[in-house]
Design a protein around this ligand. Structure first.
Ligand code: IPE
Ligand code: IPE
Ligand code: MG
Length: 244
């Protein structure tokens, strides 16, 4: 898939881009606003970038919205993020016909409020019929948690006599992750200047290309996504082999 930028250059759009939506708090602090204002601004940025991703023909967009470690924050901040998520999902359900985006959720949703869980389920269920970009929304997601759950699910199968330990393959293990049936991310973007994964897609990122930028997530624009895709196009992916 190719898209045109400033009528001059063409880039191949990767199949799957994942983004750590980081820097909301610092964005707010810079403006003398409460951290929650940064989360609200970050939610708007997500809306914009998801629309753009759809328009350039991206197939999968995975976004890290709330980690298994983010519960360490103040109850007020956690509540504000949960309220924003709820508001956002309600709007998504309302505008689904217009947006035609398929939504999936990665993470342990059982720790969320029953209302939020119900909205996430409804969003995923109702959007199943759309075949534009698939957005994987990571809420209460942690890659280590995901891997332990998969290992535990396989062990339970073995205990029930439905599988044998020696039968486990990388592909079969991948099917036990939240990302089953989703190809691994080609490109992982982390804004806000942090140079770490913070427990995001540890299994799936084995051969992903990383792109780091100092831009804070609420300031992230369509042009920043173009720039990340341009950088991606300059990479040589070898998967342990050699290029000829
Ligand atoms: C990302 O922004 C949003 C969540 C982690 C929920 P942060 O809130 O981490 O923003 P910074 O890193 O403090 O700037
Ligand atoms: C990662 O950002 C999680 C999300 C953006 C949802 P954090 O802000 O939680 O990561 P650390 O704490 O800086 O590593
Ligand atoms: Mg952060």
């Amino acid at each position: 898939m190719l898209f045109r930028k400033k009528q001059t250059t063409e880039f191949a759009v990767p199949t799957h881009i994942a983004i750590v939506m980081d820097g909301n708090g610092r964005w707010a602090k810079k403006r003398g606003l409460p951290r929650t204002a940064g989360h609200a601004a970050g939610a708007e940025t997500f809306r914009r970038i998801a629309n753009y991703a759809k328009s350039i023909g991206l197939k999968y967009l995975t976004v890290y919205a709330f980690s298994t470690e983010n519960w360490k924050r103040s109850p007020e901040e956690v509540q504000a993020i949960m309220d924003l998520l709820e508001k956002y999902l309600r709007e998504l359900i309302r505008d689904m016909e217009k947006n035609r985006v398929r939504f999936c959720f990665f993470g342990d949703l059982t720790r969320l409020s029953p209302e939020l869980q119900a909205e996430a389920r409804e969003t995923a269920e109702k959007s199943k019929i759309y075949d534009g970009v698939q957005v994987n929304f990571c809420i209460n997601y942690g890659a280590r948690d995901e891997i332990v759950r998969a290992a535990s699910a396989f062990a339970a199968r073995c205990a029930r006599g439905e599988a044998k330990p020696e039968e486990l393959t990388e592909a079969a293990f991948g099917q036990l992750l939240y990302s089953a049936d989703v190809p691994d991310p080609d490109l992982i973007i982390r804004p806000s200047g942090e140079l770490r994964t913070s427990n995001f897609l540890l299994w799936q990122s084995a051969y992903s290309e990383y792109y780091f930028t100092d831009t804070l997530w609420p300031d992230f624009t369509e042009a920043d996504l173009d720039e990340a895709i341009r950088a991606y196009n300059g990479r040589s992916r070898r998967y342990g082999g050699v290029t000829t």
